[in-house]
Design a protein around this ligand. Structure first.
Ligand code: PLP
Length: 367
């Protein structure tokens, strides 16, 4: 049996009719930038997440950067974040001129709120929690700390679409939340894309300026921004896919239930769910003993898997150059040696999951 990690081709096959309809609708109007379709998508995101404002952007990376700019975070400032994330999390902080300060994670793979206070200095301006793999951080604890020290919160919700904490959608706990609609996310476009949500009108208006070169109109530039307008074709496809998101997440959560049922969790662990969390499980990460041997074994059996990621952010060459690597982050370092993403998508069948689990259980029986 050959089992792929994700199956974007299958999804395209199922949806090609509607996708071509979206493309035709947009292209036939002849207007392809900042159109009504984009505004409609933004309104739909507000309806889904419960946020007051949304802005469609080029990517999740831009969403983080524009959030930081809008909050006035830059040179000399520190932003507390997790070492277990995609590099964009700290890339955005560095590109606005600020410094990422890492706080170690706990065994749920998210920032450990109990370790945040120790890292707060006079220069700390914000906390940027990352909802890694769609698993929600403990936003009540983080909000409490931010209030106590008068810090801003930017949620890196790039993987958080469809995830809830205490029945509130990701993004409900911060000044601004940044989402990605990259093809590998649950709500995914035809290419790169992202958006921000906020309940603060002033921040929304500021971000709107940053998104489009700071222009209030063609001859009225208020600040120097960038071009980070979400492509209108993508906005229309995303609006269509948003109508399917609940069922996509339901199917993905069922996968996880099956994995939990069939996997012998003695040597391979599924990170715990926090008490108040509803995870969208955008990727399915496990923590495995003998991870590299297991991955090779799975490969031989036709099962694709991916190390997501083997290097915590403070250990990259680029981080070392900026002297970000000296921090002691033992949990992130230990778990990076164990983490493995297993096949996980809405088209995955019960017998495929059974096969994957049996293969893994057999591997551990013989090693
Ligand atoms: C946690 C996290 N933050 C930020 C990003 C950046 O998003 P994008 O790829 O849309 O720029 C990603 C994308 O994978 C991500 O996973």
């Amino acid at each position: 049996m050959k089992i792929e990690l994700i199956d974007l081709k299958q999804r395209y096959k199922e949806e090609s009719h509607q996708i071509f309809k979206c493309i035709k609708k947009v292209v036939s109007k002849g207007n392809l930038v900042l159109t009504k379709e984009l505004e409609n998508f933004e309104q739909k995101i507000c309806n889904y997440t419960g946020s007051k404002f949304c802005l469609g952007l080029n990517s999740g990376t831009d969403a983080l950067m524009i959030s930081l700019w809008a909050l006035g975070i830059g040179k000399g400032d520190e932003v507390i974040t997790s070492p277990t994330s995609f590099v964009a999390t700290i890339g955005a902080i560095i590109h606005v001129g600020a410094k990422p300060i890492f706080v170690d994670i706990s065994d749920d793979l998210n920032i450990d709120p109990l370790k945040i206070e120790k890292k707060i200095t006079k220069r700390t301006k914000a906390i940027m929690p990352v909802h890694w793999a769609g698993k929600m951080c403990d936003m009540y604890q983080i909000t409490k700390i931010a209030k106590k020290y008068n810090l801003k919160i930017i949620e890196d919700a790039a993987q958080g679409m469809g995830s809830y904490f205490d029945k509130k959608h990701a993004g409900s706990f911060s000044d601004i939340a940044a989402f990605s609609t990259h093809p590998l996310k649950n709500l995914n476009g035809l290419g790169d894309g992202g958006f921000v949500t906020t309940n603060n009108k002033k921040l929304y208006e500021k971000m709107k300026l940053y998104r489009n070169h700071g222009m209030k109109s063609r001859d009225n530039v208020h600040l120097f921004g960038i071009n980070s307008r979400l492509d209108v074709l993508n906005a229309e496809v995303l609006s269509f896919r948003l109508t399917k998101l609940k069922s996509v997440i339901q199917k993905r959560r069922k996968n996880i239930e099956l994995y939990k049922k069939y996997l012998n969790q003695k040597y391979i662990k599924i990170p715990r769910d926090n008490e108040k969390e509803f995870s969208s499980f955008v990727i399915f990460l496990c923590l495995c003993e003998k991870r590299n041997d297991l991955q090779n074994f799975l490969k031989k059996k036709g099962i694709q898997s991916l190390i997501y990621y083997g290097t915590p952010l403070h250990k990259h060459v680029a981080s070392k150059k900026l002297k970000l690597s000296k921090t002691q982050l033992p949990v992130a370092e230990k778990l990076a040696k164990k983490v493995l993403a297993l096949p996980h998508h809405q088209g995955l069948k019960r017998n495929e999951i059974k096969f994957i689990c049996n293969t893994i259980n057999n591997f551990y029986k013989n090693h």
